[in-house]
Design a protein around this ligand. Structure first.
Ligand SMILES: NC(=O)c1ccc[n+]([C@@H]2O[C@H](COP(=O)([O-])OP(=O)(O)OC[C@H]3O[C@@H](n4cnc5c(N)ncnc54)[C@H](OP(=O)(O)O)[C@@H]3O)[C@@H](O)[C@H]2O)c1
Length: 460
């Protein structure tokens, strides 16, 4: 690329992973160290010395301990680093001090957020400062939001006059969900507690209720699902990627959670406003939520679905099938950092598609793109047809742990998957967790509000 960002001449370290001893950070660090181009320039970082030293010793990597409270300390620690990958979440708590330091020290910034707050900060409030500094800034290089962002761009190129975009994703198999990690859960609760919920209407970010829209969708592998709209990062980023003025993002949800959403949100906000109670919840979440099992990380797959519509009501639909969300995030974030280090990414605040191209998702091993499906307004009004007709998808049917391990080790012929065994280290004795088998994830709003009521009861 002609206008790719320049590299710091003084930098002695290629990539710093900040927040590396968290669930996702550890997986990313373990994968990054297996990449020949990265191993010798990798630096681990975080604020907890004990956890950091344990990981750094195990991976035989250098490390730096620093918190984000003092700007001069952050500057000192990142000034000789080319790229920082921020995985310390909730990202809304950590993005600001890090990006300000990146601007001062001319360090390229990437993160794995899906939080609207972070995208709004970088794309709206700080855009001109970041663009003027000449650094690369690409938030959202994980499962949120790479596949949906790339699919949005593909759909927009299929229908240049589209006026609305709808996106969704679902766990396709072998189970109905994988368990969330503590960090992802805390980030979601943080959004509900502190930030207003927005969607994209007529080009503007507009306040909306949780699950303000519902519909049914036919995913290529997961099949028909009831989905409710959520304040996902794509409402912000897909607009920058495609210019489509109306954007909704849905997740599978049970109808009871939709009908109780207003009460659940009110209970959550009230419960977490009581001094001291949030710390108790965070501790509980840390204990209870271990993240997806190695079995699920290796075997589960994600369906990603998108639909564009124009003023006449004509529709184009498209779908992707990708690796499990955490496994995908590990690969996509490391590949994105490598692209920046190779000087292939233009400077400035960019969505993943603007930075890496709409085919980036197809470069992540095992990703399948289904044929686009076109319908006229009249056909679309008659109901959605399944979008599964065309492309063979390796993720349909269940994937045995043994074959998943083989794939993860590059048995499928992809060198990019080598080293991934550490991410999804599956042995034949690995088993999914009960929560994954029963798909408890989609009832989590109900479970969460019951926990809040129970917590309040004990507190009072
Ligand atoms: N893109 C995706 O598809 C995707 C998927 C899953 C998760 N995520 C996001 O990834 C993030 C991390 O998830 P996770 O499951 O790895 O979380 P986690 O296990 O709770 O780890 C979070 C890490 O961030 C650090 N951290 C948190 N607040 C910090 C602060 N104020 N200053 C410095 N360090 C801080 C923690 O350090 P301490 O232990 O010292 O607090 C820990 O190392 C979450 O925000 C989540 O939303 C993205």
């Amino acid at each position: 690329m002609n206008n790719s960002a320049s590299m710091k001449e003084t930098a002695t370290h290629k990539l710093m992973i900040y927040g590396c001893y968290g669930f996702l950070g550890r997986l990313i660090a373990e994968y990054a160290v297996s990449r020949p181009d990265l191993k010798n320039g990798l630096m681990l970082a975080g604020r907890n010395e004990r956890k950091l030293v344990a990981l750094a010793r195990r991976l035989d990597l250098p490390y730096r301990v620093f918190s984000l409270s003092r700007p001069e300390v952050i500057d000192r620690n990142i000034q000789d680093v080319q790229v920082i990958l921020n995985v310390a979440g909730p990202l809304s708590n950590t993005v600001e001090p890090i990006i300000q330091s990146c601007v001062r020290t001319r360090t390229h910034y990437l993160d794995i957020t899906g939080e609207q707050y972070v995208f709004r900060l970088l794309f709206e409030k700080m855009r001109s400062v970041i663009d003027d500094s000449g650094i690369v800034c690409v938030p959202g290089v994980g499962f949120t939001i790479v596949p949906t962002d790339c699919l949005s761009a593909m759909l927009a190129s299929q229908m240049p006059d589209a006026t609305s975009l709808e996106l969704s994703f679902a766990f396709s198999n072998p189970y109905r969900s994988t368990a969330a990690s503590a960090g992802a859960t805390k980030a979601t609760i943080n959004v509900v507690r502190t930030q207003s919920i927005h969607t994209r209407r007529n080009g503007l970010m507009t306040p909306a209720e949780l699950f303000y829209k519902t519909r049914r969708i036919i995913f290529p592998n997961a099949g028909r699902a009831f989905v409710g709209s959520v304040p996902w990062g794509d409402c912000l980023t897909a607009w920058h990627t495609t210019g489509i003025p109306n954007i909704d993002v849905y997740v599978p949800v049970d109808p009871v959670s939709v009908s109780t959403a207003t009460v659940s949100v009110a209970i959550t906000r009230f419960a977490l406003s009581i001094p001291g109670l949030q710390a108790v919840w965070n501790r509980l979440i840390n204990i209870l939520l271990e993240g997806p099992s190695p079995y699920s990380r290796a075997t589960a797959r994600m369906d990603v679905w998108g639909e564009v519509r124009n003023r006449k009501g004509d529709v184009v639909r498209g779908s992707l099938c990708t690796l499990e969300a955490y496994t995908f995030t590990v690969l996509s974030s490391v590949f994105a950092c490598e692209r920046v280090l190779r000087g292939e990414v233009p400077a400035g605040v960019k969505t993943p598609t603007q930075a890496l191209g709409k085919d980036f998702v197809l470069q992540i091993p095992t990703t399948k793109l289904y044929e686009f499906m076109r319908e006229t307004g009249a056909e679309a009004a008659a109901g959605e047809r399944a979008c599964c007709g065309a492309v063979e998808c390796t993720c349909s049917g269940s994937v045995s742990p043994a074959s998943a391990t083989m794939n993860a080790r590059g048995g499928g012929g992809s060198s990019a998957l080598r080293g991934l065994a550490c991410v999804s280290s599956v042995s034949s004795s690995s088993t999914p967790m009960l929560a994954e088998i029963f798909g408890i994830q989609r009832y989590w709003w109900m479970i969460w509000s019951l926990m809040c009521v129970w917590g309040l009861f004990i507190y009072i």
